[in-house]
Design a protein around this ligand. Sequence first.
Ligand SMILES: C[S@@+](CC[C@H](N)C(=O)[O-])C[C@H]1O[C@@H](n2cnc3c(N)ncnc32)[C@H](O)[C@@H]1O
Length: 223
Amino acid sequence: MKHTNPYNKKSPWPTVDAMRQIYEMKLWGAGESQFYSGEGSHNPSIVMPYLQAIISLFKSLENPPVVCDFGCGDFNVAKRLVQHTKKYIAVDIVPELIDHNKQAFQNEKLAFYCLDISKDDLPTGDCAILRQVLQHLSNAEVKAILNKLTHFKYIILTEHIPTGDFTPNKDIISGQGIRLKKQSGLDILAPPFEFNVKGKKELVAHHLENGKGMIVTTLYEPL
Ligand SMILES: C[S@@+](CC[C@H](N)C(=O)[O-])C[C@H]1O[C@@H](n2cnc3c(N)ncnc32)[C@H](O)[C@@H]1O
């Protein structure tokens, strides 16, 4: 079913409709599977160093972590993390995507839930993963999500940001695009978020060609 905007042209779509349309119209590209979460989820030169960094982090912990993956997408990346965890809870806002993932990826450690992470109560665990999710969301939604992440021991955040200096956290309407088009990117430590952490460590950065910015994964330990 195709989705057209039933709302006033100037008012944003509900995020669920925007994300659903992205998958239906393949606005992040297409692959072999029915759902495709974009190049950042499939390009081996982006995915492999990320997986290496996260698996080595999990192995360095005393026990395999309970992981909550918020905005799990097509699960092409995370499918390789499940075996290194105690439990892997994968969440996305698009119901059809979650139904598909439940069929495609089955493991006793793995559970899928359809939730809007800015509005719904979230499952809990040791480690929250948000990989190229917040970059697509408005500041109001980012703020609501961050408020619910404070009890996690670790937050692993992956964001597509400009290279070099930039003005952080320019607001956007939630959807396909990211702050890069405004020469901005997300920094959860900067206003208006000022997320409190006791630790921050960059785990991996991938520089894209032709000034298209970089995809950076950072480990935060909330205060
Ligand atoms: C670019 S994809 C990234 C997918 C995956 N994390 C990865 O790196 O392969 C962003 C995902 O976030 C999901 N998403 C966006 N807003 C969300 C929300 N409010 N609640 C739950 N999921 C959301 C989208 O449906 C989409 O699947």
